[in-house]
Design a protein around this ligand. Structure first.
Ligand SMILES: O=C(O)[C@@H](O)C(=O)COP(=O)(O)O
Ligand code: ZN
Length: 210
């Protein structure tokens, strides 16, 4: 896709997520890698429901603001992921209800917040590491992500929300929707006896695509 098509895709998919309740107010941010190696991102404070293609922010790999409105205050963590994960070409950050609720629980397993109980979670996401709470926009978030990027497809910011990657923007959005649904199921199952997938079943699913 060329830049104009990526701009329109970001506007269209952001609006779709907003209208279906994955994003509210000015929460969340998106980015996608452009053909010229720069990055398209949502402007800081922007609503997913009201993005304007020509106003989207462009930054280079150092975070320098190239064009458009001032970029998300968290563009640094997007760039930290792109730097370490060559397969990542798009990133979705949300404050979606169930993943944000999960991020606020005491006693989370920070190595993996959701133990696999459905095949699609394994095929699309695999594991969900948790990053300790830091104030949104602080450099520590990017520093922590830099250690994990390339090894995981998604991350959970404690008391904040998820960050989901994709090989393209459609993949990142599909992964985000699958992960939010998995978090909803995990919370529904929280106090019930649950049959988790065995290690053998999980290994059998890995590398089989979606
Ligand atoms: O929680 C926050 O404020 C940020 O993590 C966020 O989601 C929105 O920040 P901007 O992208 O700068 O609007
Ligand atoms: Zn946020």
């Amino acid at each position: 896709m060329n830049e104009a098509q990526l701009r329109q895709q970001m506007v269209d998919l952001a609006r779709s997520m907003f209208e279906r309740g994955y994003a509210t107010g000015g929460a969340g941010n998106l980015s996608v890698k452009l053909p010229n190696g720069q990055f398209l991102a949502t402007p800081t404070g922007s609503s997913f429901g009201r993005l304007v293609a020509d106003e989207l922010s462009v930054v280079d790999n150092t975070g320098a603001h190239i064009s458009g409105k001032r970029p998300s205050k968290e563009v640094a963590f997007h760039l930290a992921i792109y730097e370490k994960d060559p397969e990542c070409n798009a990133i979705v950050h949300l404050h979606s209800t169930y993943l944000t609720a999960l991020s606020c629980l005491e006693g989370l397993d920070y190595s993996n917040a959701i133990k696999a109980f459905t095949p699609y979670y394994v095929m699309r996401i695999g594991e969900l590491p948790v990053i300790p709470y830091y104030r949104p926009g602080t450099p520590e978030i990017a520093q922590e992500l830099s250690k994990l990027a390339g090894k995981y497809r998604a991350f959970l910011l404690a008391n904040h929300g998820p960050i989901i990657t994709g090989t393209d923007f459609l993949d990142a959005v599909d992964n985000a929707e699958e992960l939010e649904e998995t978090a909803k199921l995990a919370l529904l199952l929280a106090d019930k006896p649950t049959r988790y997938l065995t290690d053998v079943e999980v290994e059998d699913l890995k590398g089989r695509g979606k």
